[in-house]
Design a protein around this ligand. Sequence first.
Ligand code: PLP
Length: 400
Amino acid sequence: MSTSEKYTPWTRKYRADTHAAQGDGWRSPTTGAIPPAISLGATYARDAEYRTPAGLAYLRDQGTPAYEQAEAVVAGLEGGSDALVFSSGMAAATAVFQVLPAGARVVVPQTMYFGLTKWLLEFGGERGLRVVRVPMDDLDAVAAAVGAEDTALVWTESPANPTWTVTDIGAVAGIAHRGGALFGVDNTVPTPVHARPFELGADLIMHSGTKYLNGHTDVVAGLLVLAPEPTEARGAVWERLRLHRRLTGPILGPLETYLLMRGMRTLFPRMRQISATAMTVAEHFAAHPLVRKVAYPGLPSDPGHAIAARQMTGGFSGMLSLHVTGEWQTSLRVAKYCELFIRATSLGGVESLVEHRYTFEGPDSSSPKDMLRLSIGLENPADLVADLEQALERAVKEDH
Ligand code: PLP
């Protein structure tokens, strides 16, 4: 870019929430505008000497100028050295698997976001990937899987959607690195507000920006972030990821990039309130006669609590699952009778959502049938609790 267009982030370091609120202190160098410009150019004019005045040639190649701010802010929040914006979380996650050499062996969680599991099962093998699925909360199983043969990548998600199983990120990073593998972490659910996988040894972090980073249910976006310390393996995979985005085109549009960045400004206060409300809802239903189990790593009774408490800070995010007492159809009826929780897929927005994952995922689903996934938003906690209470009562009454 030319000097007049050059984006210059703050050189002074503030706390993470300050960086998020002011988008790293970015200002338009030409107008002083505080939000980034929405620059819709798909192609860029060259001067008579055939130079590109701002270093931009084509939208798919370099992205829109506003990528710089969004990528710098997310890299900064995660404590990484670089970031790449993608058109969706799936585009970002599958990019990592697609740039591995044919025949690469990957160790992934038995339970994680359904879409990525389905992609690996449908397309991984066809592309020559050898996909090994393990329970990521069983370190012996992870070590045995990684130690069995050369492994290119270990991947995890913690807490993992939709059971909220917790991975010991530091321990799995050690296992991956001792086995010569790269370690990627989907940090969508905890967000950098509550978890910092690079400090525990991750090489790559992935986000569905659709969820908490944007937070307003109006964008589909993804991001990858590179660890702070350079190594040959990290550098090599990062260059391939950049080239992959450029040549295959999973880029985020300029309008969506603007919305992603606008959402990120309020990430910290949203997460603080959402996590506090999720804890209130989890605690309320943990001792409820119509609920068999609440899966939420914030509860001391949760199997992942001790590890989550050690590696998460300031809260446990806004995702929890209720296992409803009685026949599994009762859980579906609870969703039917919700009046405030919106029956919808996805997560991480300001509106609370309820989802019967088994019904959404279909016959391939390994989600428990009695489970309702809740994405907690910014509503008053008492209204959310009351809505679930009345829905549970009506659903159970219909049972009899
Ligand atoms: N990772 C997690 C944890 C998710 O929940 C999702 C989507 O639900 C994804 C990745 C995929 O993101 P996207 O829908 O933006 O492609």
